[in-house]
Design a protein around this ligand. Structure first.
Ligand SMILES: *[C@@H]1O[C@H](CO)[C@@H](O)[C@H](O)[C@H]1NC(C)=O
Ligand SMILES: *[C@@H]1O[C@H](CO)[C@@H](O)[C@H](O)[C@H]1NC(C)=O
Ligand SMILES: *[C@@H]1O[C@H](CO)[C@@H](O)[C@H](O)[C@H]1NC(C)=O
Ligand SMILES: *[C@@H]1O[C@H](CO)[C@@H](O)[C@H](O)[C@H]1NC(C)=O
Ligand SMILES: *[C@@H]1O[C@H](CO)[C@@H](O)[C@H](O)[C@H]1NC(C)=O
Ligand SMILES: *[C@@H]1O[C@H](CO)[C@@H](O)[C@H](O)[C@H]1NC(C)=O
Length: 836
């Protein structure tokens, strides 16, 4: 049969089945499939050919050192059998034919080999300025099966006209690797439809510079679709693992050939296989059905999400008879939706795009459809397909999760022992003397009630966690990248009603802190430098630069600054919940549940872990305490007040030698004996915070009998006897699980170890707290089933509730500063010794 007759035959079938509209007309300009570390072209099961990465005319590869590992294990797909491994930063520069959005797919699999342990390799990947993976490692995942990450990023536009992919090992002892790379053009307009914000706001179009990462792509009611069934190489997975109540739904399907694509829809949006299957409400012909079909998708919080829902009415017999509601995260997304009023025919493809405001996303996205229960209509609802994509943050990142998780490979290589200078020893003796004097002073003055302090609002806010999504604010937040936004003095003055005294929320050495409201309605904390403060312009600038290096969900963030008219003003996000301490004791606020307390500790631990490991240099907070952990309106914990922070030891040091600063009751005894600062000092202070959270009392309470004054001593006394439960907050007694308490007590005990080297890293602490949370959650589950779970039977009768005393506001500060790194003097001079 000649080609011509074949064509005729195809045309015949096309007209017969209406197939014309299904055939893909889009041929991607760029279609690059690269397999790393192979010598010859390989063919995948789905028929796609992957070319070798070297010797490829479109790929320019540069790396200081790299090698190839491979393992011809037949049970895994061919592209995962080899990988290129980098011991230093490596760069792929990939030429493309057409600028615009592209799909970028990265294949990872820790190929077994005897040279490198790829499972524990810890690395970051950046593509044209967008952080795709940050501190990623297979060891942090549940299993080591092949991993396909799919992104949509813009090439050209504001970025380079080539795709530049950078792989960086996390430290000199780690490596990075990659198995395969796919670059495929996205059809024009694929993501240019206006999106409906949830919660409701005016519609907008997602700017092209926003990168997307596919988190879920679901063929509802159908089976797995592979690149064989999708001309754009996408993978669609079945929905049943996400369906909350399998009995509420019933899968329906139609012959894919009958699916029509009205104007606006196309097979590039989704193949007909997706529209040809759906879930409908089970028992749809019972009248007055009152339930929703619900799908739940776990996601990472802190990002906005793009959600595309696909509909195609394959269940109705007539137009305008299927009317239902769609909800996303409990918000109404579409009310009384009638697909056929949009498509004007049955079995026709239709889709709607939404953007979910990150502030409404906790850890899951719920998609629900339920009958609108209109009279005289059958009660039913359907969903055919669903895509959820994470949108890059204002910091151009798509990954914050991994930084906050325990790191398996040691980030900081071993450092050489450092000999302490004799002069420092004598200075140390002087400091100890000062401490004794301070302690005596404190013992005498503690009876006096100090004025309430809100020093926590003086916080230095390190991140730009702004994840707004209006089209306008994208532009403005983009401008603010790096250094925070420059704000006009007039704007700040207006925001604080000309620095109205009634808006003062804190006073510190640097000046006053006001609550303000910016033009766009954002509430902020405005810290205005006192012209007489010791902090000059240069330090002010250095500080902003330092702060801008760090961004994290669990560090309070810097929104902008102003340095007009000799003013030095820093503007931070406003933390509505105030300091953690206020929620623990002394303020009459309702007690927090144990689960919430654990979540707060986990949040704060993530923030500190990031400080210690997330940036190029170790940063030691030096003043970890419950007043420096702030809560937002959702009780998300953020570490604040970096006024004493210091860069940690560099590679050839074990510690930084420095004058002792910090807060009484939280101070690491080893640091205070030896003036040698390491990140483990923060771990100690965090241990005290954990005890404060558990026992709901101040770190130091001089009004108690002597053995009880210091929480660390008192709690460790009971912990060692295995009876920590005798001194916990009575509000927790009935709900805390013994297992969770035990884990928590052990964690605090380890943090408080005498020697820094015996203390866990913040990463380990975090892991243990997460485990304690799991234990608590497991026990609440079992409580529901069986009331006799392992909870503490009764409130210990003898616990004396003592009124809280604001005693830990007395801080320890020495007068001199010996700074081994010296580059960071900015932090040390920042704080006026008074009132720390
Ligand atoms: C549809 O449901 C039936 C019966 O529950 C099940 O056997 C079948 O596997 C389902 N089909 C798909 C594609 O999920
Ligand atoms: C994928 O497409 C092939 C034809 O290209 C078809 O035979 C097969 O049934 C499709 N698979 C699914 C799950 O739809
Ligand atoms: C719908 O209702 C009809 C008549 O009441 C009944 O025969 C049929 O089995 C029902 N269908 C389903 C799926 O329950
Ligand atoms: C939606 O509402 C349910 C029940 O009120 C609640 O359990 C769930 O957490 C809510 N989900 C979201 C994402 O708000
Ligand atoms: C369906 O879910 C939405 C949002 O969670 C809720 O408001 C509505 O009451 C639910 N409908 C039914 C019938 O349960
Ligand atoms: C997202 O939600 C937060 C809190 O509800 C709100 O302040 C913010 O303006 C919203 N952003 C957008 C762009 O809708």
């Amino acid at each position: 049969m000649g080609i011509l007759s074949k064509l005729c035959l195809i045309c015949f079938f096309c007209s017969l089945y209406g197939l014309r509209s299904v055939v893909s007309l889009f041929i991607p300009e760029d279609r690059l499939f690269i397999s790393c570390g192979v010598n010859n072209e390989i063919e995948l099961e789905d028929g796609r050919l992957f070319e070798p990465d070297l010797g490829n005319s479109n790929v320019d590869f540069s790396a200081k050192s790299n090698s190839i590992v491979s393992n011809p294990e037949l049970s895994i797909p061919i592209v995962y059998r080899s990988a290129r491994v980098f011991t230093g930063t490596a760069k792929f520069t990939i030429n493309i034919n057409q600028v615009g959005r592209h799909w970028l797919r990265l294949h990872f699999y820790p190929v077994e080999n005897d040279k490198y342990d790829l499972k524990s390799a810890l690395f970051s990947v950046v593509a044209n300025g967008i952080t795709l993976l940050h501190g990623f490692s297979f060891s942090k995942l549940e299993n080591s099966s092949p991993l396909l990450k799919e992104y949509v990023i813009e090439i050209g536009g504001s970025s380079s006209e080539k795709l530049v992919l950078t792989f960086s090992p996390w430290s000199t002892s780690s490596v990075a690797f990659i198995n395969g790379i796919e670059v495929v053009s996205v059809p024009d307009g694929q993501f240019d439809f206006s999106v409906i914000p949830i919660p409701s706001r005016p519609e907008f179009v997602i700017p092209t510079h926003v990168a997307l990462e596919t988190v879920y792509r679901i063929n509802v009611g159908g089976s797995l679709l592979t690149p064989k069934n999708d001309s754009l190489g996408r993978i669609w997975i079945p929905d049943w693992p996400f369906l909350l109540n399998a009995a509420s739904a019933r899968n329906v399907s139609e012959d894919p050939r009958w699916i029509k694509y009205p104007a606006g829809a196309s097979v590039e949006i989704a193949p007909n296989w997706v529209y040809a299957t759906a879930q409908e409400m089970a028992d749809a012909n019972v009248t007055e059905q009152k339930f929703n079909m619900t799908w739940s998708f776990g996601v990472e919080r802190g990002f906005n999400y793009f959600v595309r829902l696909h509909f195609c009415d394959i269940v109705s017999k007539a137009l305008n008879t299927l009317i239902f509601n769609v909800y996303i995260n409990n918000h109404s997304a579409i009310d009384t939706f009638d697909i056929s009023s949009k498509t004007m025919e049955l079995s026709a493809a239709y889709f709607v795009d939404f953007v979910l405001n990150g502030s409404t996303v906790s850890d899951q996205i719920l998609v629900q459809v339920g009958s609108a229960n209109q009279r005289n209509f059958p009660s039913n609802a359907i969903l055919n397909g669903l895509e959820i994509m994470k949108m890059s943050s204002s910091t151009d990142s798509l990954d914050e999760r991994f930084t906050a998780m325990p790191l398996s490979s040691k980030v900081v290589p071993k450092r050489k022992r450092h000999v302490l200078l004799i002069t420092l020893v004598s200075v140390g003796a002087f400091v100890v003397l000062l401490l004794i004097i301070a302690a005596i002073f404190f013992a005498f003055s503690s009876q006096k009630k100090k004025p309430k302090q809100y020093r926590a609002w003086l916080s230095f806010q390190l991140g730009i966690s702004d994840t707004k999504i209006s089209a306008n604010s994208f532009a403005s937040t983009a401008a603010s990248l790096g250094l925070g936004r420059v704000l006009a003095f007039s704007e700040i003055r207006d925001s604080t009603k000309d620095f109205d005294e009634s808006l003062v929320i804190g006073v510190g050495g640097f000046g006053k802190v006001y609550k303000g409201v910016l033009d766009n309605g954002d509430e902020v904390a405005v810290k205005r430098g006192n012209p007489k403060s010791q902090q000059g312009l240069l330090e002010f600038r250095t500080e902003i630069e330092m702060l801008s290096k760090l961004r994290h969900r669990h560090l309070v963030s810097l929104i902008g600054y102003c340095e007009e008219l000799n003013e030095m003003i820093l503007v931070y996000e406003f933390m509505a919940g105030g300091p953690l301490r206020k929620h623990l004791y002394g303020s009459g606020l309702p007690p927090l549940s144990w689960k919430r307390r654990l979540e707060i500790c986990i949040g704060a631990a993530k923030g500190l872990h990031y400080l210690h490991t997330g940036a190029a240099e170790i940063i030691i907070h030096r003043d970890v305490k419950t007043t420096n952990i702030l809560l937002d309106e959702n009780f998300t914990a953020k570490v604040a007040d970096f006024g004493l922070s210091k860069l940690g030891p560099t590679l050839d040091q074990t510690h930084v030698s420095t004058a002792v600063k910090g807060s009484f009751g939280y101070l690491d005894p080893e640091y205070y004996r030896r003036q040698q600062l390491t990140e483990k000092s923060d771990v100690y202070s965090f241990g005290v915070v954990l005890l404060e959270v558990l026992c709901a009392r101040p770190a130091i309470n001089p009004s108690l009998p002597r053995e009880q004054v210091n929480i660390a001593e008192w709690a460790m006394h009971w912990q060692k006897k295995g009876q920590l439960h005798r001194i916990i907050d009575p509000h927790l007694v009935s709900s805390i699980s013994m297992d969770s308490l035990r884990k928590f007590g052990e964690t605090a005990e380890k943090c408080l170890a005498e020697y820094g080297s015996d203390r866990p890293t913040m990463g380990d602490v975090l892991w243990n707290l997460e485990y304690a949370l799991q234990l608590q959650e497991a026990s609440t589950q079992s409580i529901i089933e069986d009331n006799s779970a392992n909870h503490i039977p009764e409130i210990p009768g003898w616990i004396a509730r003592v009124e809280s005393v604001d005693s830990d506001d007395i801080d320890v500060v020495s007068t001199q500063e010996y700074d081994a790194t010296n580059s960071t003097g900015v932090f040390s001079q920042l704080m006026n010794p008074r009132g720390r």
